[in-house]
Write a new protein. Sequence first.
Length: 117
Amino acid sequence: MGVLGKVRYGPVFFTGSYRFPKVGRVRPYGGGGAAYAIIFKEFDGSVTQLGVHNNWGSILQGGVEYEVNKKYDLFFDFKEIWLAVDAHGQLSGNIPVKARVKLNPSLVSMGIKFHFH
C-alpha cells in the first residue's frame, strides 16, 4: 500500500465566544467561527502533479475558566472543526483523479491565563 500524496498545511481560526456569568469561580463559554486551511506544500506520492487547494470550514467551541485568584485563571477548551480540501492530480501517468479530503480535527487545549490589572 503506497502513499497517494502528502501536504504541509497550517490552519487559521477566526472565532468569537460568549462568556456566561460566573458561578462561584467558574465561568463557562461557548462560541463558533471559521477555519481556513492554508496549503504550504504538496508532496507527490502515487498521485503525481498533486494540487491541493486552500479552503474554509467552520468551528464550534466550548470551554470553562476557573479563577484561581485575581491574577490567574485556569482554562479548558474544546474545538470541533469541520474542514475539507479539494485535491487533484494524475495517477499512473495520465489518469486524472480528484478527491475531497476531510480533515475535521477535534482540538483540546488547557492552560493558564494571566491578567495584567
